[in-house]
Design a protein around this ligand. Sequence first.
Ligand SMILES: [Zn+2]
Length: 299
Amino acid sequence: MPLLGLLLTACSTVSMTGRKQLNLVSESEILSASLTEYQSYMKSAKVSSDANATAVVRNVAQRIAAAAETYLRSTGQEADLQNYAWEFNLTQDNELNAFCMPGGKIVVYTGMLNLIGNGPDRDDELAAVIGHEVGHAIAKHGNERASQQMLASLGSSVLGAVVANKSQQVQQAVATAYGLGAQYGALLPFSRKQELEADYIGIFLATMAGYDANAAITLWQKMEAATTTTTAEFMSTHPSSTTRIKQLQKDIPTVQAQLGYTPAAAATTKAASKAKTSSSTTKKSSTTTKKSGTGYKIG
Ligand SMILES: [Zn+2]
């Protein structure tokens, strides 16, 4: 296919923000490459043995995933739902990191959970992290980033040929985009536009799930403070700035008003979710001892 035709057909739109994006690779190829990358990560990762902390992460992640599904369903993107087989994991790693691969594979590192701490805003801040990461996934930033990676490394002249037969290149581009395959070198950061978009989708999903999206602001402030003393992979791929916090401060009241969020309703949701977490913790204590690399699935 000529390059111009290719670029035209590869251009799609992010539904929540209306931004045009260039996705050169089919969703099925991205999903397949992402699954390979995720499985390889999970094989080498150490899954947390802390049943309580794992239940906390899974509870919040499950609510965010449910919100994402509701969002896709209510915006005519039902077809995308088949691409998600959600899995929620807490892995033992001191890095401040979290990610959601295409297809809904969510991983939070214990370093991130420890930074958030055990205060009253714990679940709200966790919802901000996970909402942001799921935002990258439902806006198909993985495809966009892998496409950019392929363009950068291969050049437009050979792109047509590459797109015709490219599973290995897609695998490499996905590995580079997510930085989980160290052999492929430096991690490709998300762009500023993608970051702001994920922030916006994140506060939207967190609000839909009943969390206080204002926690996104305190979370980024904690992250910034922490990076002066520790190496933070998350921060190198998720550049923060005062502009970003200003944008959040502007968007959060708008989104909360749009979705009819009230602190009273959120308190009810939190109480219900807390009761659910503690009961599922006791119930799950037998299953968490098994090698839970495959995580927990919904839907
Ligand atoms: Zn991000």
